[in-house]
Design a protein around this ligand. Structure first.
Ligand code: MRU
Length: 354
């Protein structure tokens, strides 16, 4: 069987035609469509509409968006180009608020811009392209390392529950929470994975179940409200999730519903691990209270995939896209530099120093 982490690349630059190629994650699993984007406006739109989604993939797409947007500038000098760059950066920063990887990638592009001081406009534009490529390449290595560390926590045959999609298509390759599952699969671990469907946008059903099934992993799809019964029945030995932003004290924002899964895991005495590239750890947020939670349109919960209504017209809705899992429910945070344990306010900063 082909390795899915090798065949599916959800975000990459077509170097010859200078365009961003994105796997449209909104039409999976029914269609596999690759979008060809040349304008930063299209990149903004793809991020907002979740055509590209998952914290690391959003950051990578935004970095390419910076390149595409700045490339169009007609500036003659470094200073003029920087003024245009800042407009592009600000525009892309407004696409989604919660995943810190977006801002992390934009800041890294900014840093690279500043390192190029004194260079010609053409050279700076080329440097931005190079930096976006580097961000993508590094993410692949980071995810692999997360997978290797997380695999040390798991034993062959374990039942693993995951929420949302933190797989290969949410990153440059491998995923974060799914990385140890793919690495374990190659080594014959025979995990039994339970994927929460993840209402309202069904990332678990449409993306995680699809990814794992294609990779030949034993995956069982459940509705979100079935997590308790599978835990109670002894089918789950570990929970692995990704994240969108980890605060300094370990509080973690991830897809809506994650905190409920963590509370259940604690109740059933099941370890709950967060897989977090350091680009998702935001030490400037002291606690989860500081994390901006994205609110999304009502139609996401009142209609079947923006189609047929399934709730009364004009019903009041509340649709937060993420929730924060309190650090006390988290057994460990798996980064590319090792596993952080409580107290996270001490262990997380150390991860950056390795
Ligand atoms: O709204 P989404 O689909 O972008 O939310 C994605 C998640 O919550 C993922 O779990 C998280 O970004 C980690 S992806 C490696």
């Amino acid at each position: 069987m082909e390795k899915i982490t090798e065949v599916i690349q959800s975000v990459r630059l077509d170097d010859i035609n200078d365009m961003l190629i994105l796997l449209d994650q909104t039409v999976l699993p029914n269609q596999k469509v690759f979008l060809e984007l040349k304008e930063m406006k299209d990149v903004w739109d793809a991020i907002y509409h979740l055509r590209v989604r998952g914290a690391p993939a959003i950051g990578i797409a935004a970095a390419y968006g910076v390149y595409l947007g700045t490339k169009k500038s007609e500036a003659d000098t470094y200073e003029e180009l920087y003024a245009d760059f800042l407009k592009v950066k600000e525009y892309l920063a407004s696409s989604r608020p919660t995943a810190v990887n977006l801002f992390w990638a934009l800041d890294r592009m900014d840093k690279r811009f500043k390192q190029e001081e004194g260079k010609s406009v053409a050279e700076v534009k080329l440097a931005l392209k190079e930096e976006a490529e580097l961000i993508r390449e590094e993410d692949e290595q980071v995810c692999k390392s997360i997978g290797e560390h997380a695999l040390t926590l798991l034993k062959p045959g374990m039942g693993i529950l995951t929420h949302c999609n933190a797989g290969t298509i949410a990153t440059a390759r491998y995923g974060t929470a799914l990385a140890p599952i793919y690495l374990g699969q190659e080594q014959g671990y025979d995990f039994k994975v339970f994927a929460d469907e993840t209402r309202p946008l069904l990332q678990g059903a449409r993306l995680t179940a699809w990814e794992l099934k294609q990779a030949g992993v034993d995956v069982t799809l459940i509705c979100d409200n079935m997590a308790s019964i599978v835990m109670k029945e002894g089918k789950i030995q570990a929970v692995l999730v990704g994240c969108d932003r980890v605060a300094a004290n370990g509080d973690t924002a991830n897809k809506i519903g994650t905190s409920g899964v963590a509370i259940l895991a604690k109740h059933y005495n099941i370890p709950f691990y967060v897989c977090a590239p350091l680009s998702t750890v935001d030490l400037e947020c002291q606690t989860g209270e500081d994390i901006h939670i994205e609110l999304r349109p009502s139609e996401e919960i009142t209609s079947k995939w923006y189609g047929e209504p399934m709730a009364p017209e004009d019903v009041q809705t509340y649709n937060p896209a993420f929730d924060v899992t309190d650090h006390e429910f988290i057994t460990g945070i798996v980064t590319e530099n090792g596993i952080a344990y409580a107290p996270f306010s001490e262990s997380l900063p150390k991860m950056f120093k390795k």
